[in-house]
Design a protein around this ligand. Structure first.
Ligand SMILES: C[S@@+](CC[C@H](N)C(=O)[O-])C[C@H]1O[C@@H](n2cnc3c(N)ncnc32)[C@H](O)[C@@H]1O
Length: 213
């Protein structure tokens, strides 16, 4: 990923952002050492942002698309009450197994349920119980389809967070299906009267869409 902010400034922001503790650090190191494309992990700053957003919207139920090795799930789980729930989906059994092994060691792991399979099919098969928050971080070319499925499943006032909406700057001149999916979801959110929205330039870009009450 091309950095938008100088490495030294990213480091400063990272160091002045509260750590999540030893298990998160171990998961980060394990992923870096053993799993392909470790930069997919959201990391401390975006992880803190997700946790804070979950706390601020009083989340009890969260939907996540894109578990990978479980870092973002663990961050958001910390904001949930004891009986809260994250449903997170991924189609890669290998990363899901790593995620599960770390969830099992976390005091918040019991709140996280992994659904293995295609993310869009998983979301479409969910029952009608509303979510307070959703984090979309997989399958970029189909972001618009996920958007159409997720907004009706959010409670009024609920928050959708979409990751990588700058796609290292390719959104300005999209050449791939992933970039085109990201651009299309940005347009769709911006034109949607059901939500208020904000694109923040944290990391690779994070789009917030809050469903209007
Ligand atoms: C960017 S990573 C998620 C990173 C994670 N949120 C974190 O912070 O550690 C994207 C994940 O989405 C998964 N994925 C990609 N396409 C998918 C699809 N169609 N259905 C389900 N999962 C998918 C990949 O296997 C990968 O683990």
């Amino acid at each position: 990923m091309k950095p938008f902010v100088e490495d030294s400034i990213e480091r400063y922001a990272h160091d002045l952002t509260q750590s999540f503790g030893a298990l998160h650090d171990e998961l980060r190191e394990y992923t870096l050492a053993h799993v392909p494309i470790p930069q997919m992990q959201v990391g401390r700053v975006e992880g803190r942002l997700l946790k804070m957003l979950a706390s601020l919207c009083g989340a009890r139920r969260i939907l996540e698309v894109g578990t990978y090795t479980g870092y973002s799930s663990l961050c958001m789980a910390e904001a949930l009450p004891e009986d809260g729930e994250i449903i997170t989906c991924d189609h890669d059994e290998t990363v899901a197994k790593i995620a599960r092994s770390f969830f099992d060691r976390s005091s918040h792991g019991h709140k996280i349920r992994i659904k293995l399979g295609d993310g869009l099919e998983t979301v479409r098969a969910l029952d009608a119980s509303p979510f307070d928050m959703a984090f979309l971080d997989a399958d970029k070319s189909r972001y618009p389809l996920y958007y159409d499925e997720i907004i009706p499943r959010l409670r009024p006032g609920g928050l959708l967070v979409i990751d990588n909406v700058l796609w290292s700057g390719e959104v300005l001149d999209p050449k791939t299906d992933d970039a085109r999916g990201i651009v299309e979801v940005g347009r769709r959110v911006h034109a949607d009267p059901r939500v208020e929205n904000l694109l923040i330039t944290v990391r690779d870009g994070v789009l917030l869409a809050r469903k209007l009450p």
